[in-house]
Write a protein that binds this ligand. Sequence first.
Ligand code: ADQ
Length: 473
Amino acid sequence: MGATAPGDAPLILVANRLPLARQQGVWRPASGGLVTALTPVIERVGGAWIGWDEDAQGVPARVEGLNCDLHAVDLEPELVEGYYHGFTNRTLWPLFHDLVVQPVIDRSWWRSYVTVTTRFADAVSEVVEASPTPPIVWIQDYHLLLLPQLLRERHPDLRIGMFLHIPFPAPELFARLPWRESLLGGMLAADSLGFHTEQYRDNFLRTVQRVLPDATVLGDRVMRDDGRRVRALAHPISIDTEDFAELARASATDAEVAALREQFGDRKVLLGVDRLDYTKGIRHRLQAIELLLEQRPHLRGRFVFVQIAVPSRDDVEEYRRLRTQVETEVGRINGRFTEPGHDVPVHYLHRAIDRTRLAAYYRLADVMCVTPLKDGMNLVAKEFVTVRDATDGDGVLILSEFCGTAYEFGHDAVRCNPFDVEGLATLMEGALELTPDDRRARIARMAQVVRDHDVFRWVTDELDAIWDVAGTA
Ligand code: ADQ
C-alpha cells in the first residue's frame, strides 16, 4: 500500500535533520518511518527535503533511493549549542514532556533558536521560489515551531502544514515559557497543525485560548484577528506494517531468534527497547525488576530482563547523567542477584541494533515493557505487536498510560502507571501468568489497530489536511 499525495503539488519537507546516513564515506537514505512513508509520495510528485547536517558542505544534491533534492542547512557550532543542545533539548523537550526533568530557561538559547529558524526560512524560501508550481511545505516537530510564521511573512499564499512528534503540554505548563506568545504565533501561521492524539490537540487549543487574546477557537479551528484560519487535527503516526511483518518472517530473523533462544534457555524474557532518554522510564523499569527479584525469590533464575538502549544526545548533561545512573543500576542488580555459575538477570545493550536483530528480540520477548513516563506516540509498541501478529501471535505488551499509543490500544495492552514502581513489578509478574488465549486475542486486536492506521495513512491524512485547509481557507 502507498500514500497518495493531494494534487500534483511538489512536497517540500522541512525537518531538523536530513534523512541521511553516511557509511564508509557513502551517503544513503536513513532508514526510518518518515522516510519510508514519504518515499511513495515523493516518487510521484518529487520534492525537496531541507534540514541541518553537520557536514552541510559535503551533502550531495541527491542520493540513490530518495527521489528528492537535498538542501543542507549549515549551522556554526555556537548556534548548534544554543539552538539544539540548549533550547530544543533542555528547554522545549523536558517542558513538553511534563517536566520529567526541569527545563532550563536561557535567553541566549532563545536567540539562537530564532537565528536558526531564520536560516531555515531562507533555505525554504529559495526552494519555494525556484518551484515551477506552488508547492506544499510540511514542517516537522518542535525544532521549527517559529518557521510557519517566518514563511508566511515571505509567502502569504504558501500551503504550510506542521506536525508535532512529541506531546503538547497542558496550558499551565506551556505558559511557563517566556516566549509563549511568539511560539504559538509561529505555529498558527500554518494552515494545518497535526498532533498524535486528540488530547495533545486539545491541550494546544486550550493553550491558544489562554495565551492569545486575539485568537478564537471554534471546534478544531483557530481564527485570528487578521482573518487567518488554522485547523488543528489528531493524526496518530505509525509504522509500515507490511514491511515489519515481512521482516518478522524472514529466514535471517529465524536464525537470530534461534541463537537468542539458545542464549536465554528456558527463562522467560522481559524486554525494553528505547532511545536512552529520561522520558522513557528506563530507571523506573529497572527498579521494578529489582523489586521483583528482591520480593519474589521464586522468580529468580526464571526470567531475564533485556534492555536495549540506543545512545542519544550524548552532548547534553542530563543524558550523560542518565547513562551513568542506568549503568550503575544494572550493575547493582546483577551484583545482588547473579548466582555463581549462572547468567546475569539483566542484559544491557547500549547501542543501536540492526532491524533483523530487533525483530528477533521482539519475537523472543514474553513480555515487552514499554513504560515511558511521557511519550508522544511510541513506535516500539506498534513494532512489537506487528512482529508478533505476523509470527506466533503470542506475547504480552505492558504499556504506559502516558504515551500516545495507549490511546489507540486501550485495555488490550496491560496498562501501567510507570511512576508506581511496586505496581509495575506486580503487573510484570501478572503478565507472565496471562493465559495463551488471552495473550493471542490481545495481540491480534492491537495489530489490527496498527494495520488500520499505518504510516501511509498518517502521511495521506496529513497531506490531505494541508491541501484541503489551504484550498478552502
Ligand atoms: P522516539 O522518542 O525516538 O521518537 P519511538 O517512537 O519509540 O521514539 O521510535 C524509536 C525508533 O527507534 C523505533 O522505530 C525503534 O525501533 C528504534 N529503536 C529504538 N531503540 C533502538 C535500538 N537500540 N536499536 C535500533 N533501533 C532502535 C519520537 C517521539 C515518539 C514518536 C516518534 C514518531 O518521542 O513519541 O512516536 O518520534 O513521531
